[in-house]
Design a protein around this ligand. Sequence first.
Ligand code: GBH
Length: 488
Amino acid sequence: MGTKMRRRDFLKSASTLAVAPLALPVSEALAAQSTAALQHAALTFPKGFVWGTATASYQVEGAVKEDGRGPSIWDTFSHIPGSVDRNDTGDIADDFYHRYKEDIQLMQRLGVTGFRFSIAWSRIFPDGTGRVNQKGLDFYKRLTDELRAHDIEPFCTLFHWDLPQALQDKYEGWRGRETAKAFAEYAGFVAGQLHDRIHNWMTINEFPSYINSGYGEKPHNAPKMQSTRKQLAQTSHNAILAHGLAVQAIRANAKNARVGIAQNTNGAMPVVETPEHIAAAKKAIRHFNEPYDVPILEGKYSDRYLKQLGGDAPQFTAEEMKIISSPLDFYGVNIYSTIEVVAADNEDGYLVLQHPKSYPKLVADWLYYNPQSLYWIPRLMQEVWNVKEMYVTENGCAAEDHMTEDGHVYDTDRVNLLRNYFTQMQRATAEGIPVRGYFLWSLLDNFEWTRGYTQRFGIIYVDYASQKRTPKLSYDFYQAVIARNGLA
Ligand code: GBH
């Protein structure tokens, strides 16, 4: 190269050293910058990767008495004083029912290609079964038409916890097997009505979160129905049966449907990445998911699970186990954190490590900051269960968001979290682990169940009094990630 360094090379070394380049024409400086950016090409995601945001009906819609919607167990529960922080309810929430057009514009500006939302069962069947409420159906037609008009693919969840109150009253909700049948009827009907608009379906969101915490031995979520261990095991069974029946009903009514789930599979992760610890994590993830993922993905309950339950084991037939494990087109997993394990010389072959008190978190007490969950959960899903196509159907965090006097929300903690989680998801896709898309929880601050409006998960700030939306700094960050389909 001789004694004279070429300008380009000089710039490269200048940027490595983080020294400001000498005054150059702007165009040359930019060209040099994009050359440098190309060197980071490894941090991109596969072509066609779906970037999206996620919400759920009761958490954003409001309009709970409008256009013939029937009550759900969350209407009932949130109105019982003491159930939810500050006695907040979803009566108005983000008023998404009326403001969805504005919110879709914000999504379009963000650049997302997918939107995960849920249908409120009691808008379609106000009594859970039987009579159809056309106006409720029309809302989801308008919503999905508007999404399509903005080139955003709808990803529809059929059940995100707002069970029609009528089914709680008639069958004790999910405790009754009849509810599983009612769910399949509803799923098949909606799929038949909306299949030209919606191609991607998820049956049920997070079994443990609404079964264990709604019908468990110490319930704290709607319908807060305390159960014995035996009743709980049967209720869990009814829920996965509902899932399987719905998969079949959707396929029977919508020819080109792609059917999946949105489950919060309990993750496991080797703290130290050596073969023995990785093997331990593989054993652990099967043990951690015995009531739900194992029967869905393996077609049977594990012997260990049935033995542990003994006389409290659920009643089921071989036919039901086939239905429960109906093949899926994709597996959606909501990933926020994971359980860390090490190999151990005990019966299980691993040891679960408790989180030390000083383990990092933002504000949700359960949400341990663990970016590697976005790598290890998909990797173990593939290695243990041979899952061929996955979506991260939720990921995100709550933060203490404050608006500055001039109207900005600088949520650098959320940006920091997202950047690190994305890095690990990129590691997964770069290794060929089949994660096809990602849905950030959430588009908007919303009704965070028993935390009400006290925890904000949105990348758009919502002033609940005025319903004004303000994109946070994390919105700008996500927009840049989507635009380059990767990380800088
Ligand atoms: C998801 O649940 C939900 O799908 C979504 O609706 C929700 O808004 C979002 O995440 C954020 O929370 O009280 O110690 O028993 C997240 C997973 C699992 C978190 C159950 C709370 C209860 C912890 N949830 N967990 S505890």
